[in-house]
Design a protein around this ligand. Structure first.
Ligand SMILES: CC(=O)N[C@H]1[C@@H](OP(=O)(O)OP(=O)(O)OC[C@H]2O[C@@H](n3ccc(=O)[nH]c3=O)[C@H](O)[C@@H]2O)O[C@H](CO)[C@@H](O)[C@@H]1O
Ligand SMILES: C=C(OP(=O)(O)O)C(=O)O
Length: 414
């Protein structure tokens, strides 16, 4: 429930990154002893992952922002259904279990279903390493007598495929080279953890990653990088409400594409060492935004960005070159009075005021977009339904927004 129209003011601390956490937790099972993850975000996706590991026999102690994972007694039991269906990143269990046991059966992943999200590049990578991969009644079965290093050229620079191949290849015999690898900061985070565990990975963050297989990995302690998508959402909310917010505990370099767009629109943005201050302005210029792979503008912030662009003068065009049809937030924004039409992979947004309405989050970032939109509406109460999807990726969103002065609260549905 949001009564908007109040500028957000103050500072907000950003939690660890969801897309790192849900890759680091499965990576931990490759170790022979305890892995400690610090700066863990408190998210429903993290809770689901801890359930998956416990089902497989790992000991998981989750205390606030720390998780201790002892994989000593883990085994590879088939997981065709259950928690693996609740999130996208369950696909990492394929690479992690294959690396450790040379065998895995994992149901096809869930997560945000804004369009079909194939995993053919993951499978191509596993097969190149010597695995046999079959789809048995909606679950993927992987088996290898031996994993051997190989050269894998990705047709699309997929975040998930890059990490998954890296996970399996750490325990393969010989060297694996991933070409056209994804370069997102979360990939570097996973490589950093694996290297601390004893893996030999070079080039993470570039388009060529080289992994020398090792026979054993040990436990270690690792602190998760800040969540650039949550940070970006608060930057957008600060601008949209014409507020003044210090977004703290971030790596400003990870947010450069967004910072550049906010400056182009006319917002004031100050980059400090580990924080970014956004000062909103009464008027914004229209801009064109192209969501691309890193270091381009992140697709995961394009939905909240759509809400901000309704506050700009004139017509903005937002195109998503990662997902061609990630626009489930648009019909809901239109219910709130937005003038937006979707043409191909672009949303054409004509600036203008929004009104309060009852709207539904179709996925995680669509939900965040509706919250940002609601915060701009000065009269009436915007009701966002389906907010459990927002819990997948935003740590303490409502308390954080309230601390910034927003009139927002949560009610249970009947
Ligand atoms: C858990 C996690 O980290 N999720 C992120 C990850 O998702 P995810 O890893 O699923 O996204 P990918 O980077 O794999 O997808 C990028 C593009 O490649 C295509 N593709 C991908 C794999 C494949 O085997 N074949 C294929 O065609 C996808 O359909 C998409 O068009 O990166 C996305 C792109 O930054 C983000 O939106 C998600 O938040
Ligand atoms: C699409 C997202 O997540 P996932 O890949 O986990 O569904 C996201 O974080 O915006």
């Amino acid at each position: 429930m949001i009564r908007g129209g109040r500028p957000l003011r103050g500072s907000v601390s950003i939690s660890g990154a969801k897309n790192s956490a849900i890759a680091l937790i499965p990576a931990a099972i490759l170790a022979e002893s305890e892995v400690v993850l610090d700066n863990l975000p408190i998210l429903s996706d993290v809770a689901v992952y801890s359930e998956i590991l416990e089902e497989l026999g790992a000991r998981v102690l989750w205390d606030g922002n720390q998780m201790r994972i002892d994989p000593t007694h883990i085994r590879s039991i088939p997981m065709p259904n259950g928690p693996v269906k609740k999130l996208r990143a369950s696909y990492y269990m394929m690479g992690a279990l294959l690396g450790r046991f040379k065998e895995a059966t994992i149901g096809l992943p869930g997560g945000c279903n804004f369009e079909p999200r194939p995993i053919d590049q993951h499978i191509k990578g596993f097969e190149a390493l010597g695995a046999t991969v079959t789809n048995e009644h909606g679950a993927i079965h992987l088996h290898a007598k031996e994993l051997r290093g190989a050269k894998v050229y990705l047709d699309v620079s997929s975040v998930g495929a890059t990490i998954n191949i890296m996970l399996a290849a750490t325990r393969a015999k010989g060297a694996t080279i991933i070409e056209n690898a994804a370069k997102e900061p979360e990939i570097i985070d996973v490589a950093t953890l694996l290297n601390s565990m004893g893996a030999v990975i070079k080039g993470a963050g570039t388009e060529t990653i080289r992994i020398e297989g090792v026979t054993e990995l040990k436990g270690c302690r690792h602190s998760i990088i800040p969540d650039r998508i949550q940070a970006g959402t608060y930057m957008i909310a600060a601008a949209a409400t014409r507020g003044d917010v210090l977004i703290d505990g971030v790596i400003p370099k990870h947010l450069e594409a967004l910072t550049a767009k906010l400056l182009e629109m006319g917002a004031h943005v100050e980059e400090l060492d580990e924080s970014i201050r956004v000062i909103g302005q009464p008027e914004y210029q229209h801009v064109d935004v192209k969501a691309l792979v890193y270091p381009g503008f992140p697709t995961d912030i394009q939905s909240p960005m759509t809400s901000l662009l309704t506050q700009a003068k004139g017509v903005s065009v937002l195109s998503d070159f990662v997902y061609s049809n990630r626009f489930k937030h648009v019909p809901e924004l239109v219910r709130m009075g937005a003038k937006i039409r979707v043409e191909g992979r672009s949303a054409i947004i004509e600036g203008g005021p929004l009104n309060a309405a009852k709207v539904k989050a179709a996925d995680l970032r669509a939900g965040a977009a509706l919250v940002v939109a609601g915060l701009t509406v000065p009269e009436g109460t915007t009701e966002v339904f389906g907010v459990e999807l927002i819990d997948r990726g935003y740590d303490h969103l409502v308390p954080n927004l309230r601390a910034l002065g927003a009139d927002v609260w949560r009610e249970m549905e009947e």
